[in-house]
Ligand binder design. Structure first.
Ligand code: SAM
Length: 237
């Protein structure tokens, strides 16, 4: 598991957190699962981006956050439980939805995590993932400027590796758009090597060359930066 430290936690807030407006397609995509009265577990909640989003979008839903990194918990400024995917610190059959956003590539022992997910989910509960999968990376614009970052894809699982590894069935799979930044210039100014698994795979030279390409494009392209990650909904089998 990658341990996010204090520098990464601070950088994550600058580089990876997206405005709630930029995430509005994600709101629409997950709305069917976030019904009033339900309890949602945000597993690997990081700096709390989605804890805050869900509180605003779905006020009738109770959100419990579990996060292993003390620095990420502290950077969030929110109350989060200490725990991780192998030891989810909530009681048996206590949640209706487990939300896992850009975390599953950090998990190596999927069967153990699958057993934990089945333990904490109520009957009929679902796992809702937001992720980059190895075989479906066309929606990530970063590769245009940092082509060497595709090397890091080898550490990302495929959809079937995740579903089969966890022992769940695929119910829904589709790319969902997000406005990652209002412009390439904004993206360039918030870019942080340490905040992203893909960028961390680059040498300093590769990173600087990519940043130069990004700045060059930012001088002429003024539109918003739109990326796609996948929504994957899993049911217990
Ligand atoms: C890329 S961040 C995503 C944070 C948040 N889910 C989001 O979408 O903004 C990855 C997070 O996963 C956490 N993490 C890493 N390994 C984990 C594990 N085995 N179980 C739970 N969380 C884990 C990290 O500490 C980090 O906060």
């Amino acid at each position: 598991m990658h341990r996010y430290d204090a520098v990464e936690a601070a950088s994550y807030r600058v580089a990876r957190e997206i405005s709630l407006t930029g995430l509005s397609s994600w709101r629409d995509a997950v709305e069917p699962y976030f019904l009033p009265g339900r309890t949602v577990l945000d597993l690997g909640a990081g700096t709390g981006l989605f804890v805050r989003a869900f509180a605003e979008w779905f006020p009738g839903v109770a959100v419990v956050a579990v996060e292993p990194s003390a620095d990420m918990r502290q950077a969030s400024g929110l109350t989060m439980l200490v725990g991780d995917a192998y030891a989810i610190t909530v009681p048996d059959a206590s949640v209706d939805v487990v939300w896992i956003s850009t975390v599953i590539h950090h998990v190596r022992d999927l069967p153990t995590v699958g057993a934990e997910l089945r333990r904490v989910l109520r009957p009929g509960g679902v796992v809702v993932l937001r992720s980059l999968f190895r075989e479906r990376h066309e929606g990530v614009g970063l590769f245009r400027f940092f082509p060497e970052a595709t090397r890091a894809l080898s550490s990302f699982p495929t959809v079937s590796e995740v579903a089969d590894g966890l022992g769940f069935a695929v119910d829904r799979l589709e790319p969902v758009a997000q406005v990652t930044a209002l412009s390439l210039a904004e993206k360039a100014s918030s870019l942080r090597w340490e905040a992203d698994t893909l960028l961390r795979s680059l040498s300093e030279q590769e990173f600087e060359a990519g940043r130069a390409r990004l700045l060059e494009a930012a001088a002429v392209e003024t539109g918003p930066v739109v990326d796609h990650l996948d929504l994957l909904v899993l049911n217990a089998v």
